[in-house]
Design a protein around this ligand. Structure first.
Ligand code: BES
Ligand code: ZN
Length: 458
């Protein structure tokens, strides 16, 4: 990333911010057609119908009814099934696209009341269905006295070498199992679950818990003895899945362009992923419901990508399967990922490209915001989501995400602290207002791109 590109993205961001601050003059104008009002009446077709509560009902199903959705596992398949059934119920044709993903090592910590917490398991620890049942103790300052026969909870050391040593000491003291509590994450968010990377082989389970799992355990232990049952599973030969629904253009020829609205439906291990990214899927499904009622000049695809959290795998696979001609047909890719957080410091909905450049996705939504008098939307520069593989293939794409940005150079930003943790729930992390704003802006911007053959031609 050159200094120059950083600077230009900053200038662009400032320019758009200014144009939004001064109202729609100069920003909406190039897009409005002869009668001026019609852009707005097209927007009304969308904003009068899209409903945040409906979108959040999808978030509820995915994050509560299904729960965590790690790429390649059973719950990700349930999620795909739910998304496909919903899209079919709106009248769309739906396909599944499967692709292979690497093994997962998952740990389960079960309480007496049958609550189960999902964690990462060390491949080099015991992998067994037979539960290790014991009392949990929190070991501080490497004082392993009394660890024999107990499940040892440890605040993990900073480095891999450091926590390997902690595990070795716990094993030496005769621990029945080890739970390493994650550190507070690098993005200022709480630490997420992880797979402890050990060199030695151990015959006890060794789990990587999220930071909040550790805090919750300590809270419970203050009230009385806590017993857990640990089991660990190695999942192999995994397949993850993209769900693809198509709305054909009203009349199609070889020049017909295609627009994609795509959101990942998987979550990280241990996180119900309400905002990351049941919110993006909920937005996509709600827009799919509303768009069904309208003809478009372009083909519109709704895609739920699998295994984004494992390295943007679903979007990568999708792009890799396209021919050059198919890539050329794609005019725009809209990627909602974390579109409904209630985190107060995430003040704006950013349309992010990996290099900070503007494209049809950022401009159409910026213009929609201006027409609607909604100043939430701003352009920005960020990777880390499914827009990246499209961008790398030369296809205009942008990520939509609520963030607060203090400075671009160096980048200082705010996202919710509960991101990637067990607290990414509707209760702790979803705002209906933010969802509605994202639906209005993305819904109107995308509709403007897809409904007509060329810009400014109604
Ligand atoms: N929704 C996030 C992306 C994100 C997080 C963007 C925070 C901006 C701020 C996404 O689901 C994610 O976690 N992406 C991974 C990508 C990686 C696996 C290639 C990430 O950023 O760690
Ligand atoms: Zn994520």
């Amino acid at each position: 990333m050159s200094k120059n590109s950083r600077r230009s993205s900053k200038i662009l961001a400032a320019a758009l911010a200014a144009s939004l601050a001064f109202g729609s003059v100069g920003y909406a104008a190039p897009l409005s057609n002869e009668n001026g009002k019609s852009s707005h009446s097209q927007d009304q077709k969308i904003i009068a119908r899209v409903n945040a509560e409906r979108a959040i009902e999808h978030v509820r199903y995915l994050s509560e009814e299904i729960g965590t959705r790690p790429g390649g596992l059973e719950n990700e398949k349930k999620s795909a099934e739910y998304i496909a059934n919903t899209l079919k119920s709106y009248g769309y044709d739906v396909e599944f696209q499967y692709f292979p993903v690497a093994d997962q090592f998952i740990g389960s910590a079960s309480f007496e009341d049958e609550t189960v917490w999902e964690m990462g398991a060390a491949p080099n620890g015991a992998i067994s269905d037979t539960p290790v049942h014991a009392e949990v103790i929190f070991v501080e300052n490497e004082d392993f006295q009394g660890a024999e026969g107990k499940i040892v909870l440890l605040a993990r050391a900073d480095s891999t070498a450091g926590y390997r040593e902690q595990v070795a000491k716990a094993v030496e003291a005769g621990a029945a199992g080890v739970i390493l509590q994650s550190l507070v994450g690098s993005r200022g968010n709480y630490g997420q679950t992880f797979n402890p990377n050990l060199t030695a082989e151990y015959d006890i389970p060794v789990f990587g818990a999220s930071y909040i799992h550790g805090e919750w355990l300590k809270e419970q232990m203050e009230k009385g003895a806590v017993e857990l049952s640990l089991t660990a599973k190695h999942y192999k030969d995994l397949k993850s899945v993209n769900v693809i629904a198509t709305k054909e253009a009203k009349s199609k020829d070889e020049d017909t362009k295609e627009v994609i609205l795509g959101a990942h439906h998987d979550s990280v291990v241990g996180a119900p992923g309400a905002n990351d990214n049941a919110s993006g899927v909920g937005l996509m499904l709600e827009l799919a419901r509303v768009y069904k009622g309208y003809n478009t000049d372009k083909t519109l695809k709704f895609i739920a990508f699998g295994s984004e959290e494992r390295g943007l795998l679903g979007a990568r696979y999708y792009v890799d399967q396209l021919t050059e001609t198919q890539k050329d047909q794609i005019e725009a890719v809209f990627v909602p990922d974390m579109v409904a957080t209630n985190y107060a410091k995430a003040t704006n909905l950013y349309a992010m490209t990996p290099d900070g450049s503007q494209n049809i996705v950022t401009s159409s939504t910026g213009e929609a915001g201006a027409r609607l008098g909604n100043s939430d939307i701003l352009p920005g520069k960020f990777g880390s989501s499914d827009h990246v593989p499209f961008h790398n293939a030369g296809i205009p794409a942008a990520l939509f995400i609520w963030m607060g940005i203090d400075s671009w150079d160096p980048l200082v930003y705010h996202i919710e602290k509960v991101y990637h943790t067990p607290q990414d729930t509707i209760e702790d992390n979803i705002s209906a207002e933010r969802m509605q704003s994202a639906l209005d802006i993305i819904g109107s911007g995308l509709f403007d791109v897809v409904r007509k053959k060329t810009q400014g031609n109604n």
